[in-house]
Design a binder for this molecule. Structure first.
Ligand SMILES: *Cc1c(COP(=O)(O)O)cnc(C)c1O
Length: 397
């Protein structure tokens, strides 16, 4: 058989592994009401494609098109997302560390819409449009709505975004500018989720809410694929990632499994995943330390943090997230808003990097884990700077 553009084979329920058709628009699994995961024909792919061919391709996440769900090149709506730099940044270690720290930054703020959300939405909007979606809907804490609106504009589809009324004004302005209809709710992201469901049903548009459709995570998976490629097909000792809905963590873990199954890794050791949340909203951290397989929702009226992307009181992917962190022998911790603020200033001053509150949480976690000697300066650690600090700049100065 000739080479395929995508080796997507089917969708699978993340709880009971029931199979579903990948070539129809799907939401959560009808069997367990949990996320569906995309599965690929990895055996055929390993036969057809040489790993080293990847590095000759265009510098965007679509260089991994065989491991992405879009069936035809002409159905991709791209703004050049992905292939963000992996930067060495020893001066981001705390002051007073003797040995040069082996800390690397994956700078997701350089994505088209200012955060890694561009990856997920490029994949989800392209695939939904390929499968016939006439319009797109999403609830958002801020960045996801902006990213969806951008790709919907690119795909020439109308879009609707609903957000908590205290979502970052810059993200909302960006979303409106791309042409989306924006509706605010006095509640949290979970309330916005309900509204998005209703609007999608009424209008017959497709809802791309986190893990309620199977393809945003596929786009986010490319953060893990690129990391392996940029490290010459091996992985670091630890990854630090700020988690809200958790698709970044789940997506990267899925990437590593797929790379291992393809035989593309020179060394099969996988990194420890370190999950970071805000002290004011840390349901996953709490569940991790309580040894639970699912997270209790964080009480809505108590969910406070300026890291909008982390203000997620309950994540539908909780089982997958906790499972990934445990399988990786990683850990979870939370950081205060005040520490995020100080750490964002530190990153700007020390290495010229302008980072969001969420990204600052990840860097702060690195400092804490060095102090606790959970990590050593010579451990190779990759910190994900998930978003640019430009929208938050008024809070920093
Ligand atoms: C959404 C978001 C997060 C949280 O990511 P998840 O993959 O949903 O856990 C972190 N940082 C930024 C900047 C975000 O926009």
């Amino acid at each position: 058989m000739s080479k395929r553009f995508s080796y997507l084979s089917h969708l699978e329920c993340s709880v009971c592994q029931q199979r579903y058709d990948a070539d129809q628009l799907q939401t959560i699994s009808p069997c367990c009401s949990r996320p569906l995961l995309a599965r690929y024909d990895l055996a055929a792919l390993a036969q057809d494609v040489q790993r080293d061919e990847i590095s000759t391709r265009e510098a965007s996440m679509w260089r991994y098109h065989e491991l992405l769900p879009v069936r035809e090149a002409g159905h991709i709506y791209s703004l050049g997302e992905g292939m963000t730099p992996l930067l060495s940044a020893p001066r981001l270690a705390p002051e007073g560390i003797e040995a040069p720290a082996r800390v690397l930054i994956k700078d997701e703020g350089q994505n088209p819409t200012g955060s890694f959300k561009a990856r997920g939405m490029a994949a989800a909007v392209s695939r939904a449009t390929e499968l016939g979606a006439q319009g797109l809907v999403t609830p958002t804490a801020g960045n996801a709505g902006a990213a969806m609106a951008a790709y919907a504009a690119r795909a020439n589809r109308p879009s609707y975004v609903t957000a908590p009324q205290d979502a970052p004004p810059t993200c909302l302005a960006q979303t409106r500018l791309y042409g989306a209809e924006v509706e605010l709710t006095p509640g949290l992201i979970s309330d916005a989720g309900q509204i998005a469901n209703n609007v999608a049903r009424q209008r017959g548009w497709f809802n791309v809410a986190t893990l309620r459709e199977p393809y945003r995570i596929e786009g986010k998976k490319t953060m893990g694929l690129e990391l392996a490629e940029q490290l010459d097909w091996r992985l670091p000792e630890a990854i630090i990632y700020p988690a809200g809905g958790g698709t970044g963590i789940v997506g990267m873990w899925k990437a590593f499994q797929e790379l291992r199954e393809l035989g593309w890794l020179n060394d099969n050791r996988l990194p420890r995943l370190i999950l970071v949340q805000a002290e004011g909203c840390a349901p996953l951290v709490q569940a991790f330390h309580a040894g639970k397989t699912e997270a209790e929702p964080w009480p809505a009226q108590e969910a406070h943090t300026r890291a909008a992307g982390l203000r997620v009181p309950s994540a539908i992917g909780d089982r997958l997230i906790l499972q990934a962190v445990r399988e990786s022998e990683g850990t979870a911790l939370s950081v205060s808003d005040e520490t995020m603020l100080q750490t964002a200033r530190y990153a700007a001053r020390r290495e010229g990097m302008l980072i969001s509150f969420e990204a600052a949480a990840a860097l702060a976690a690195y400092h804490i884990l060095l102090r606790q000697q959970y990590l050593k300066p010579n451990d190779e650690v990759v910190v994900y700077f998930t978003g640019s600090g430009l929208p938050d700049i008024q809070s920093y100065v």
